[in-house]
Ligand binder design. Structure first.
Ligand SMILES: [Zn+2]
Length: 277
């Protein structure tokens, strides 16, 4: 099945009302022409593939020639798509069209297949929208500094912890996300987590004593140890002398913390427990 990739165009090959439309692939053998097509489409960073199609609605009639007998529409060499609708309402609607299925996935966890039926779009559009919205949100949210100052942490520290140790700045733990097995053996080895017995990406999350997320590390390969991940995450750059870091005995980072005049502390209920490897 083909979809027209032009903005605001809903034509696809299998629709009955599109019977008279033709779908043309990009002139991939002529890179400068491909660039011109992409420019006309106003889609920056668009990578044309053999599957990217534009429908005949976007070409002037003078671009076509017709096959004898079959009367099939063909593009004359060097043709450029010139007919598009780039209205403001189209673009703002498109943003909404993209956000809604994404938030639905996140809040309800329903499948792409179901969303595609619900919103009348294809599976691939659902996942393309998801990637688009997530990457934009990531770029925006990344700019926020969520690491609170020490005085803010102390201000909101719950009473029982305040009496225990008011210097607790952050409680950390690692989390792993299973991923598809990479095809390269080196990447397979790098991402293989013995703890989860599968290929994963691993990150570290930190919360303040009152439970607010205050630190999110980048994701690293699953084979990395908690200690290596802690060092790579550069959380130490954010700590101040006398800060206390709390963890569940998985991190062997007491020495690293001492080197910057900070301390490691385990929760009281884990004090006499042995650490599992
Ligand atoms: Zn079209």
């Amino acid at each position: 099945m083909f979809y027209c990739i032009a903005y605001g165009c809903n034509n696809k090959k299998d629709r009955k009302d599109c019977g008279t439309k033709s779908f043309f692939g990009f002139p991939l053998k002529n890179l400068s022409l491909v660039k011109t097509w992409v420019k006309m489409l106003r889609r920056d960073n668009f990578q044309a593939t053999p599957y990217s199609k534009i429908c005949s609605d976007h070409f002037d009639e003078s671009c076509f020639k017709y096959q004898p007998f079959t009367n099939r529409r063909q593009l004359k060499p060097g043709s450029i798509p010139t007919i598009f609708v780039f209205s403001k309402t189209t673009s703002s609607r498109r943003v909404l069209d993209r956000c809604l299925p994404t938030t639905s996935t996140e809040t309800t966890g329903i499948s792409n297949e179901f969303l595609s039926v619900l919103f009348g779009i294809s599976d691939s559009t659902v996942s393309r929208n998801f990637n688009y919205v997530t990457s934009i949100r990531n770029a925006k949210l990344k700019l926020l500094d969520i690491f609170p100052t020490k005085s803010t942490v102390i201000e909101y520290i719950p009473l029982p912890i305040r009496f225990g140790n008011k210097d607790i700045r952050i409680v950390i733990d690692c989390t792993e996300f299973p991923i598809q097995k990479p095809s390269s053996p080196v990447e397979q080895q790098l991402t293989f987590s013995r703890y989860k017995n599968t290929n994963t990406l691993k990150g570290m999350i930190g919360i303040t004593p009152n439970g607010a997320i205050s630190f999110i590390s980048p994701l690293y390969c699953g084979s990395l140890s908690d200690k290596q991940l802690f060092i790579k995450s550069k959380l130490m750059d954010r700590l101040e002398p006398n800060d206390v870091v709390m963890d569940d005995k998985g991190f062997l980072i007491a020495e690293e913390l001492e080197s910057i005049d900070c301390k490691l502390q385990y929760p009281i209920f884990l004090k006499d427990k042995i650490r599992y490897n």
